[in-house]
Design a protein. Structure first.
Length: 749
DNA sequence: TTTAGTAAG
């Protein structure tokens, strides 16, 4: 078979005479010469060697343009060659030499590349050709904030490099390690790299680390930045590249010791911004009005409307459907307006609808229809939708806030930042020129919006983070080099929690228990509960409960079928409380062989349950590795053992029933109520709760009844009467102590 | 008598 491409190649490098001349030069070298020049012998060629850390774009491109894949020794495929041409058109390609020059002369560099610049796929490859990590037995890591991104980019880059995914190019995310000893380029979630740092504190297996999407400032990215900065001092051979879309470059440069900054333009279309002339009283009304205006007056093109939450989104969709019905009745010309909701808890099949084609015109020559996607800020970063031409931005989103004084994380509808507003507007310019309607005044944009959203580390409970940092060997948290330091009070709260859980001793040193706890990808309270369950011999059951507590709510309750859903849920309920209900639900799911129909009929979220199953397997493996007993409890003691384990982890989240009939939380005496979703109907004297939610009232959600004496037995360090405020709970506990002393002295007699 | 922005380990 004559292969056309090879034939052409022969003619191109052509020059048969030249080849023959060369072959005649020296008999000794003739074989080598032939291998070098004869394309039919190309597979015998040794790939041209690049010198690590000293390559130029031209040298690297020559190899990329060649016939043999330097990483596998195989012939490049036609598919590779096709993709290569497209890669060369990416904006980042024009900056390859500049990038290499910066990498050669600096340990750390910052790279800002707008959407469509190709930075996430190309920069790691530029580095692979330059670093030659395989010769050093090392890898290059590129982190992503999200699992899907790590996975899909890795697959794309494996194609681009003409290798099999999981071999030279791989990825590593929770539940899936798709790498091999051959791997030289590894995409991974930022959290995963942080996990690796716990066993390999200097990250010795990497010769270069790329932190991508740094502007998102996830908890893990922030910690990694501090950590890597520290590692860099002791590992001069480690290259570090911080990449992001829009980045507060001055702040980043200052933090990274004035590292040089490379800017790469993106490939997007201009978006025209329109502001409201005056402040809107009700942004939801204004948003719906704007949708209708666009639909009736503007050119074809889909709309993306940002709202704050599920309920608001469903409500807006309903109203838009009504509006559409009246419009269609009023005119036969106008196209259909089809609202599509989008938020994370929506079942995947419904999420897919955002990619459907817009509705067709209602007849020949009539106006086409239009999709309007009504979304949370999931569409701001996590999901990109092509075909959006109009964006409506009311300027709000739900954001997590943490109040260390009352130790509560809650969600609050808050104004977005300028960075967020720009990101939202950008969503209109992905396919062609677009428009963004901001439902606030320009004045308000300039004066009221913060430049950047507060990073997560400043808005979160840091229990887990502090445990991880301790495990990473960071002893002095107060002086750890955070880009933005969390509030001292937040750190104090975390240290206090870990001390009470006996993960840290009074000097703040990690204890043996703390070492074990840090191994689990769970909140400290859940870790403690698991460890205790081994002692109380019910770890099989507690494992399931922990897994169920670490996934999104499994109980589905559609607005129009509440009663039926509640009735179905009742079959799993147990008098001891909601934790046991979770256990029974999970057990029923397994007993029914994870059947999707069974889930559907019982109003259970299949996705959540499957994910609980995955978590459970992972946690069980960690327990076995740490030699913690995984045992099934004896039936007669089962539920009290489980409740004792719960108490061992959550003794700081206890409420006591007062004579008034209200619950007060322990020590800080907040009035709290049992969440209406709880299966507990009568009011037990003592309850532990999993979380505290602040809505119309202060609610405890997912609660279980316990006994006062357990608190004294299991957590004497917290229930120390010499350090306990006066209150009914204290008096109740003192009565228990007295009774116990009495009965034990009776026994002694 | 009623919540859930997003993501990660």
């Amino acid at each position: 078979m004559i292969d056309n491409t090879r034939k052409r190649k022969w003619d191109d490098t052509g020059n048969m005479q030249n080849t023959i001349d060369k072959q005649q030069k020296s008999n000794d070298n003739s074989l080598n010469e032939a291998i070098e020049t004869n394309p039919y012998l190309a597979h015998l060629r040794k790939p041209e060697k690049l010198i690590s850390g000293k390559t130029t774009a031209a040298q690297a491109e020559k190899i990329e343009n060649g016939e043999i894949n330097p990483f596998t020794g195989r012939h490049f495929t036609q598919k590779y060659k096709d993709i290569l041409q497209k890669r060369r058109n990416l904006p980042v390609h024009a900056h390859r030499d500049k990038f290499l020059e910066l990498v050669h002369n600096n340990q750390m560099i910052l790279l800002v590349g707008e959407t469509g610049s190709g930075k996430t796929t190309q920069i790691p490859q530029f580095l692979v050709y330059d670093e030659q990590p395989q010769d050093k037995g090392k890898m290059i890591a590129c982190t992503q904030p999200r699992r899907v991104a790590a996975m899909s980019v890795a697959k794309r880059v494996a194609d681009e490099m003409d290798v099999n995914i999981g071999e030279e190019v791989g990825y590593s995310i929770r539940f899936e390690d798709c790498t091999s000893p051959k791997t030289i380029l590894k995409y991974m979630t930022d959290g995963m790299l942080l996990r690796e740092a716990m066993t390999d504190p200097k990250l010795t297996r990497y010769s270069a680390i790329i932190l991508d999407e740094a502007h998102e400032r996830t908890l893990a990215t922030d910690i990694l930045m501090g950590l890597i900065k520290k590692i860099a001092k002791n590992r001069k051979d480690l290259k570090i590249i911080i990449m992001s879309a829009t980045l507060d470059s001055e702040k980043f440069q200052k933090y990274f010791n004035d590292a040089p900054l490379l800017k790469v333009p993106g490939r997007t279309f201009p978006v025209e911004i329109y502001y409201s002339p005056e402040a809107e009283r009700n942004y939801l009304d204004a948003a719906i009005r704007t949708v209708i205006q666009i639909h009736t007056c503007e050119e074809p093109g889909d709309i993306l409307l940002f709202l704050t939450g599920e309920e608001e989104i469903e409500d807006a969709c309903r109203r838009l459907r009504d509006e559409n019905n009246s419009l269609m009745k009023a005119s036969t010309e106008i196209g259909e307006l089809r609202p599509i909701p989008l938020y994370s808890s929506l079942p995947p099949a419904l999420q897919q609808k955002i990619f459907d084609d817009p509705p067709p015109p209602r007849g020949p020559g009539k106006q086409p229809g239009r999709k309007v996607i009504v979304s949370t800020n999931i569409a701001e970063t996590s999901l990109t939708i092509d075909g959006i031409v109009y964006v409506i931005d009311p300027g709000f989103s739900k954001q997590k806030v943490y109040n260390p004084r009352i130790r509560i994380e809650s969600l609050l509808v808050s104004p977005i930042s300028k960075a967020s507003a720009k990101q939202r507007a950008g969503r209109a310019g992905r396919t062609r020129e677009g428009k963004c309607f901001r439902l606030y005044t320009e004045q308000s944009y300039i004066k009221d919006l913060n430049e950047q959203t507060y990073p997560e580390i400043m808005r979160s409970n840091l229990g887990s983070v502090v445990l991880q940092l301790k495990k990473l060997g960071i002893d002095d948290l107060v002086h750890f080099d955070f880009m933005d330091a969390p509030a001292p009070e937040t750190l104090m709260r975390a240290l206090e929690l870990l001390n009470y859980l006996e993960a840290l001793d009074d000097e703040g040193e990690l204890t043996k228990t703390g070492e074990i706890m840090a191994e689990f990808p769970l909140d400290p309270q859940l870790c403690k509960m698991l460890i205790a369950s081994s002692k109380y011999k019910c770890s099989e059951e507690v494992l399931s409960i922990v897994a169920m507590l670490s996934v999104p709510n499994v109980y589905i309750r559609p607005k129009d079928q509440k009663d039926r859903a509640d009735e179905k849920r009742r079959q799993f309920e147990h008098d001891d409380g909601d934790h046991i209900t979770l256990l029974k639900t999970f057990q029923a799911f397994k007993a029914n062989h994870e059947d999707p129909n069974w889930c559907y009929n019982n109003y259970l979220n299949l996705r959540s349950l499957k994910s609980a199953d995955n978590v459970r397997i992972q946690i069980e493996n960690i327990m076995k590795r740490l030699r913690l007993d995984v045992v099934k409890s004896e039936d007669d003691k089962k539920f009290s053992s489980i409740r004792k384990s719960l108490t061992a982890g959550f003794f700081m989240q206890v409420a006591h029933l007062e004579k008034s009939g209200h619950y007060l939380t322990i020590k800080d005496n907040q009035v709290v109520f049992i969440h209406p979703s709880s299966c507990i109907m009568e009011k037990p004297e003592w309850v532990v709760y999993n979380e505290f939610v602040l809505t119309t009232k202060n609610y405890m959600r997912t609660i279980t009844k316990i006994k006062g004496e357990w608190l004294l037995d299991i957590a004497p360090q917290y229930y120390d009467m010499s350090n306990f405020p006066q209150c009914e709970a204290r008096r109740a506990l003192e009565r228990i102590i007295k009774k116990h002393k009495l009965s034990s002295s009776h026994r002694r007699k």
